[in-house]
Design a protein around this ligand. Structure first.
Ligand code: ATP
Length: 479
């Protein structure tokens, strides 16, 4: 812990023990006094031992005066005596990291010798929290009551809303009444100036609705024509938070590392953010849709189309449609053209996992103009004989473009484990025609730790955003 000037330091009580409590700009730390007397080190150099604790200020959810009733119900005999002696107390709620990327909200209550001291602590902590400008204060929440196991409303009301209230976040909640309700509301009606972010309670389909609503609204407000494949999209000023309540929740899992509503709510509260590539899909100069995760042609497109017809089955529809599509063993003949990514963008087999603060994603991708310039240069160089475009012809069972790992609980490493979230590239995975058994072996690799790309009939390329799929006929695709 860095040594910083103390903003406040007092001896306070917690349960029946006395603690030295210190606040600086980065940390709130407390250490039991008797146990620590033998050690001479400064409290601000301690992170956490049996009798000392430290919480980063940016992970404090809230601080509030502890009501007497609260003290009475919670305390035991000794603590009651002490709360009688020191009736003025404040409670700090903070993020506690547990296993496997999961976060929980914990409380610690400190008793003060007098009311003025108690109020001073609350005020100074609140002042520090108010300096954290990336935290949302007002959110627009869309709940899909039919996503996943249909628990979206309950998840929000029981697990998320109390945390938002505790953090002083106001939320306008819309429970959707039909498919595309959230998308249409965002596109036209929602008064977005009122909010610091939009929260999606649902699965990947619901996230896609909100993404389409928000990105389309942003382009319309800036006079951008979405049908122009070479137009550079205007970045959305509002962030999207995801409370997982769907069937697979791959976007939440790939960004946060777990599908847990409380963890996601806490990430939203502390103002965490992760930029994400948005890929637009066009056909003959007509905009089709946006994708942030998997753009699947062939096997995955067919499977998803079939599973949509079986939505009434809930999450089990994916298994049923998966088996059906696998048994049909369709393949598609065609040509795929793409521009390989530059060497400094890593490659899909380098085993690097994209995490928050990833150095490749921090390296801003070149603007589209620049990319088109280069591609034109390369097309010119085509005529000289050295082409920048790669062209692959063949018969394919699946053509997938993964703009992120697409990890989910069923496939913990995802379809392309090293794909990046925000580097301006996508990983193109081509699965050529092969036997059913070979294709099954390939699918199994999504669920285990073996390298996904060692089979001879599978190839993977990191490509720039304007990969072109052409002349592949007879299937639908999923985005
Ligand atoms: N009120 C509603 N009634 C019916 N469908 C809705 C409603 N609100 C949203 N939807 C649609 O439900 C679809 C599925 O929603 P969602 O993604 O939340 O759950 P899921 O499909 O079970 O999860 P996943 O996409 O993670 O597999 C979305 O495409 C969305 O457009």
């Amino acid at each position: 812990m860095e040594k910083q000037p103390r903003l406040l330091s007092s001896r306070l009580f917690q349960k029946h023990r006395q603690f030295e409590v210190v606040l600086n700009r980065s940390f709130l730390a407390w250490r039991e006094i008797e146990k620590s007397r033998k050690r001479s080190s400064d409290i601000s150099s301690v992170s956490e031992t049996a009798h000392s604790h430290a919480v980063q200020v940016c992970e404090i959810v809230a601080v509030r005066k502890t009501e007497e009733d609260d003290i009475k119900t919670r305390s035991q005999k000794k603590a009651k005596q002490q709360s009688h002696l020191y009736p003025h107390a404040f409670t700090v709620s903070y993020v506690r990291r547990t296993r496997q990327h999961q976060w929980r909200c914990s409380d610690v209550t400190f008793h003060c010798a007098n009311q003025a001291l108690c109020e001073q602590w609350i005020q100074v902590i609140n002042e520090q929290l108010s300096l954290l400008t990336n935290r949302p204060k007002s959110l627009l929440v869309y709940i899909n009551p039919y996503g996943g196991k249909r628990h979206g409303k309950r998840i929000y009301e029981q697990k998320v809303a109390p945390l938002f209230r505790c953090a002083g976040i106001s939320a306008d909640v819309i429970v959707t009444e039909r498919a595309n309700h959230a998308r249409d509301h965002l596109k036209t009606e929602a008064n977005l100036d009122k909010y610091d972010g939009v929260v999606c309670v649902g699965g990947d389909g619901m996230f896609s609705e909100i993404l389409h609503g928000l990105v389309t609204r942003t382009q319309t407000d800036h006079g951008m024509d979405q049908n122009q494949p070479d137009a550079e999209l205007v970045q959305c000023s509002l962030r999207i938070g995801i409370i997982p309540a769907g069937s697979t929740d791959c976007i939440c899992f790939a960004t946060v590392g777990t599908n847990d509503p409380v963890t996601s709510a806490l990430h939203i509260i502390v103002g965490d953010s992760q930029p994400m590539d948005v890929c637009s899909v066009h056909h003959n100069n007509t905009f089709l849709r946006y994708s942030v995760s998997l753009l699947g042609y062939g096997f995955y497109g067919d499977m998803l189309t079939d599973s949509e017809r079986k939505r009434w089955l809930g999450p089990a529809r994916y298994d049923l449609s998966g088996v059906k599509t696998f048994l049909s063993h369709n393949y598609y003949e065609g040509t795929v053209s793409f521009l390989p990514a530059e060497d400094n963008m890593g490659n899909p087999r380098d085993k690097l996992q994209c995490r928050s603060g990833c150095h490749i994603c921090q390296h801003k991708p070149p603007s589209k103009d620049k990319q088109w310039e280069t591609s034109e240069e390369k097309e010119k160089s085509d005529k000289d004989g050295s082409s920048g475009w790669s062209v692959i012809r063949g018969k394919f069972i699946a053509i997938n473009a993964a703009s992120m790992s697409c990890a989910c609980p069923r496939s913990p490493k995802g379809l392309s484990p090293s794909a990046h979230l925000a580097d301006g590239t996508t990983d193109l995975i081509l699965v050529r025609k092969c036997s059913r058994l070979d294709f099954f072996r390939h699918l199994l690799r999504h669920t285990n730790k073996e390298d996904q790309f060692t089979h001879l009939f599978v190839e993977v390329h990191r490509v720039r955003v304007q990969a072109i799929f052409s002349q592949v006929l007879g299937t639908s695709f999923l985005a």
